[in-house]
Design a protein around this ligand. Structure first.
Ligand code: MSP
Length: 649
């Protein structure tokens, strides 16, 4: 019989910096769902990818003195490594710089033009480079981007527009006919009330001042707007408008686009309107999940408010990270990462509940039955309670997965584990073992326990694939099954060998780990500023300084004569500066933002009378001024060309 299909996608990840733990949330959730659906008998296609065009990539590459292509190639490798480390089982990973994607996006624009869905006009508006989004004056919040709060700049240019305003009624009808199209429900209300009801404006879908993008075949000085380029990935990856479109025929429309809440708008307004213009079917559902915050604050690199996945995976294992992401954050809502909650989940759920059950069970079978699963005898009421819990889990998980509620699906498995641990305390196998007359009872008890861990391993497979396989190895059952058929009490065979082996999860010394975690976190760039602020605050009540205080700081222009990397440091550059008649050497932590050759010849602003310090053994005679935000550090330069040595006031 032909399997039903299930097409699930993550958004494609911006190739403009290192991914943090929050990014992994989307891929891990989708991975668990994809693995579950495969085991549930679906023919699954799980797509993820990278979003590689746009102004931001162009700017970063320029600053680093490399080409955009080389820059995104490097990041792509890192992303692939990260997904591998986390055990992400995608069927395809698309890059928007892939040739087939670029060609198909050009064809999509041509179709839109031919159908009259595009027209040429002039665009004037506010652009947020980090979000690659245009905003109207009224949408700005305090003059900044309403999505990320960062500054925007005004842009005016000739552009192609997509007639998005034609689609308001059709979109409302789509939502009405498909009440689950936007989930959770609260996000649907947000889209309707905040975006559709106030009136949809036509969307500017081409740029002339961005070079790093897909040129439009009918007007090559224009490149495709990144969001149209990016959204199209969901169909170009399947072969839409390509010679081999078998996957498109088979998997489209998507069953689920899983996206973060901040990009729900793009997926539930622009994307369906675009599909309507192309006469394609609508995806079945867009789920806008909540954010993983960091101690209650938005994850931010510059504030040091960020957790990175690889150090956590290296130290605690991929499944500890997967479990945390899948279990800790109430689905649909925001959650908050803390070191304590991360370590707590490992010690309590993974080590105490799961690990102990497995090690106690395998140890007792080894000790009392020479490592062979014993034949069960008569089941008592107590055994039947455990058996009911084991057999009830599959159905409960399936209901939770239908609602995409992964944390509750995991809780269903933990019901088995908790019940089985309690069962050990209730049956006291070590007492039964002392009495020869109780041998039959002991056989039954240990068989019930072995079945608890065998069934749990199968049910755990989509969520914690590595741990599930380890349990299966301890039960010498070979490779995990490809479906849930055997996740039923009684399918395990007596006589099978079990081995105790290593612990699944070692118990952690929380205080020791908290210190280690602090050390492995990248230091906040803002912390030094905070300290400076604190001492300033001590000097005066409200941190204000007088003009005399300020006059003590000698700020001057300086020309960069030469620049090179500081040995054994990936952050520091050493710059030789011409300051009037004087030469100065300054060490600056901007190596990740600028290539040495880019800086040569530039004019910078130097704090001239700072006490010299040694950084990595290299003397720094002053400091150059930089502006910093979450992702970027930009050196300050006079608005017009100026010689070195001029006073800055
Ligand atoms: N490139 C766009 C998506 C285009 S899809 C046609 C983009 N990329 S992103 O790299 O910024 O985000 C990728 C995914 O990571 C999004 O679903 C986003 O919501 C998610 N997350 C980024 N930070 C997050 C948290 N702190 N917490 C949870 N998810 C977060 O948007």
């Amino acid at each position: 019989m032909k399997k039903p299909t299930y097409y699930i996608t993550t958004p494609i990840y911006y190739s403009s910096g290192q991914l943090h733990l929050g990014h992994c949330y989307t891929t891990v959730i989708c991975d668990a769902l994809a693995r579950y659906k495969r085991m549930d008998g679906y023919d699954v296609f799980y797509l993820t990818g990278t979003d590689e065009h746009g102004m931001k990539v162009q700017e970063i590459a320029q600053k680093l003195g490399t080409t955009p292509q080389k820059y995104v190639d490097g990041l792509f490798e890192d992303i692939v490594k990260l997904w591998k480390a986390l055990g992400i089982s995608y069927d395809k990973i698309i890059r928007t710089t892939d040739d087939y994607h670029e060609k198909t996006v050009q064809k999509i624009y041509q179709i839109l033009l031919d159908k009259g869905a595009l027209y040429k006009s002039r665009y004037k508006g506010w652009y947020c480079t980090p979000c690659e989004s245009f905003w109207t004056e009224s949408q700005l919040v305090d003059g900044c981007c309403p999505d990320c709060g960062r500054p925007v700049h005004e842009e005016e240019e000739e552009s192609y527009f997509f007639r998005l305003s034609d689609y308001a009624d059709k979109l409302l009808q789509l939502y009405k006919d498909n009440p689950d199209f936007i989930s959770p429900k609260s996000r649907m209300n947000e889209m309707v009330n905040n975006f559709i009801k106030p009136g949809l404006k036509d969307l500017c879908v081409s740029r002339t001042n961005v070079k790093w993008g897909i040129p439009l075949s009918f007007d090559p000085k224009h490149v495709a707007y990144v969001w149209i380029d990016a959204l199209s990935n969901y169909i170009t990856a399947l072969g839409y408008l390509q010679d081999d479109n078998a996957n498109f025929a088979k998997y489209w429309p998507a069953d689920l686009h899983m996206v973060g809440k901040e990009i729900t708008r793009f997926h539930t307004i622009i994307w369906p309107a675009l599909l309507m213009a192309l006469d394609l079917h609508m995806p079945k559902q867009v789920y806008g999940h909540g954010w993983l915050n960091f101690y209650g604050d938005k994850m931010s690199k510059s504030k040091g408010n960020v957790a990175y996945p690889l150090p956590l995976i290296d130290r605690y294992g991929a499944d500890a990270v997967r479990y945390y992401l899948l279990r800790e954050i109430p689905f649909g809502s925001d959650g908050s990462y803390t070191d304590d909650s991360f370590l707590g989940r490992i010690n309590t759920d993974l080590c105490n509940t799961l690990g102990n059950l497995v090690s106690r069970t395998t140890a007792m079978i080894t000790q009392y039955f020479g490592g062979k699963v014993p034949e069960p005898q008569q089941y008592t009421d107590l055994d039947n309670q455990l058996i009911d819990t084991i057999n009830g889990a599959k159905q409960a998980i399936s209901q939770h997965i239908d609602m995409l509620n992964v944390p509750e699906a995991l809780a269903d498995i933990w019901k088995i584990l908790n019940r089985a641990n309690k069962y050990i305390d209730e049956t006291c196998p070590w007492t039964l073992a002392k009495d020869q007359a109780q041998k039959g009872r002991l056989q039954t008890v240990l068989y019930c326990l072995e079945e608890s861990i065998r069934v749990s391993a199968i049910l755990l497979a989509p969520f914690l694939p590595h741990t599930a396989q380890k349990i299966y190895d301890k039960l010498t059952l070979g490779k995990l099954p490809k479906n849930f058929k055997d996740a039923v009490f009684g399918r395990g065979k007596a006589g099978k060998t079990v081995v105790k082996g290593d612990n699944l999860f070692d118990r952690l010394d929380i205080n020791k780990e908290l210190k280690i975690m602090q050390d492995m976190r990248p230091k906040a760039t803002e912390k030094t500023e905070d300290k400076a602020q604190q001492s300033a605050d001590k000097a005066t009540d409200n941190g204000e300084i007088t003009i005399e205080d300020f006059a003590k700081v000698q700020l001057v222009t300086a020309k960069v004569l030469s620049c090179e990397k500081v040995e054994k440091s990936d952050k520091l550059l050493v710059l030789q500066l011409q300051v009037g008649d004087e030469r100065r050497q300054v060490v600056s932590g901007i190596a990740q933002h600028y290539s040495p050759q880019y800086l040569v010849g530039k004019t910078v602003v130097l704090v001239k009378n700072l006490k010299p310090v040694k950084l990595r053994g290299v003397e720094s005679q002053g400091m150059i001024l930089c502006a910093a935000d979450d992702k970027d550090v930009i050196f300050v330069t006079p608005e017009k060309e100026m010689d070195g040595g001029k006073t800055v006031r």
